[in-house]
Design a protein around this ligand. Structure first.
Ligand code: CAA
Length: 257
């Protein structure tokens, strides 16, 4: 699919490839992402997924406004459901996902980044939820995930004003993990990904699931989820190897199970 480039490997990359439309997400691209995620889930050789946008202007400038202008209420709800399913699938992937934000990440673009575990931004990145300026609200999960990531005050400011923030502010607000020079974005993201790929895949999976529980569950249920996930690690080869390697003062050799 031309509008989506998927490069496999231990560190796989999916690139939204509509640079002329600032990588806006239409239905075809969102459905394409769903397919890619299905492939990623089925391929145990992929240890980390990077998500980025083609060109040097945008990560994703949001859902495709031209396409949305022709949508009915039912179409809009269907598109929203599709987006929600895909963002949830990102969160439920057993491997870490890193957004490499090279430019505008607006509306569905910020929401796509929020579906990822970590966000690395170029100094040129801009974030925002400008849907209010279109007579809309965020529709790919932003009203829920943004306050969870950056707190109610700042999320309300972004969603109610539609204002954009730059990469430096996004770092200060805790939205992104790291800001780098534009030409360093992909190397720095790959370096971060390689660090994650060197960890136990089994433990990463449990950590990611437990972190998600902090968003999807009440605190009490989330804490019980952590107990189960921690317990599960005790049945893994990686926990046996990791603790043994520490005692033997050597590096662990992970089997990722
Ligand atoms: N959908 C469709 N096309 C888009 C787009 C979008 N979200 N964003 C940009 N484009 C297109 C423009 O129409 C333009 O196309 P043409 O060259 O054919 O005219 C091209 O990309 C370049 O954009 P601009 O000429 O506008 O570039 P700029 O530098 O002047 O401005 C910008 C850049 C500030 C990002 C501006 O394009 C912009 O405001 N884009 C829309 C951002 C937005 O509102 N996003 C939210 C969408 S709603 C949403 O995402 C809902 C949801 O939660 C799911």
């Amino acid at each position: 699919m031309e509008e989506l480039i998927f490069e496999k490997g231990e560190i796989a990359t999916v690139t939204v490839n509509r640079p002329k439309a600032l990588n806006a997400l239409n239905r075809t691209v969102v459905e394409g992402l769903a397919h890619v995620l299905r492939d990623v889930r089925r391929d145990p050789s992929i240890r980390v997924l990077i998500v980025t946008g083609a060109g040097d202007r945008a990560f994703v400038a949001g859902a495709d406004i031209a396409a949305m202008s022709a949508m009915s209420t039912v179409d809009g709800m269907e598109f929203c459901r599709l987006g929600h399913r895909v963002m949830a699938t990102f969160e439920e992937l057993p491997i870490p996902v890193i957004a490499a934000v090279n430019g505008f990440a607006l509306g569905g673009g910020t929401e796509l980044a929020l579906g990822c575990d970590l966000i690395i931004a170029s100094e040129k990145a801009r974030f925002g939820q400008p849907e209010i300026n279109l007579g809309l609200i965020p529709g790919f999960g932003g009203t829920q995930r943004l306050p969870h990531r950056i707190g109610q005050a700042r999320a309300r400011e972004l969603i109610l004003t539609g204002d954009m923030i730059d990469a430096k502010t996004a770092l200060e607000w805790g939205l992104v993990n790291k800001v780098v020079a534009p030409d360093q974005l992909i190397p720095a993201t790959r370096e971060f990904a390689a660090k994650l790929a060197s960890k136990s895949g089994f433990a990463l999976r449990q950590a990611k699931a437990a972190l998600r529980a902090s968003f999807t569950m009440e605190e009490d249920a989330g804490l019980r989820f952590e107990q189960s996930a921690f317990g599960l690690c005790f049945g893994s080869e990686d926990k046996a190897e990791g603790t043994k390697a520490f005692v033997e003062k050597r590096d662990p050799k992970w089997q990722h199970r």
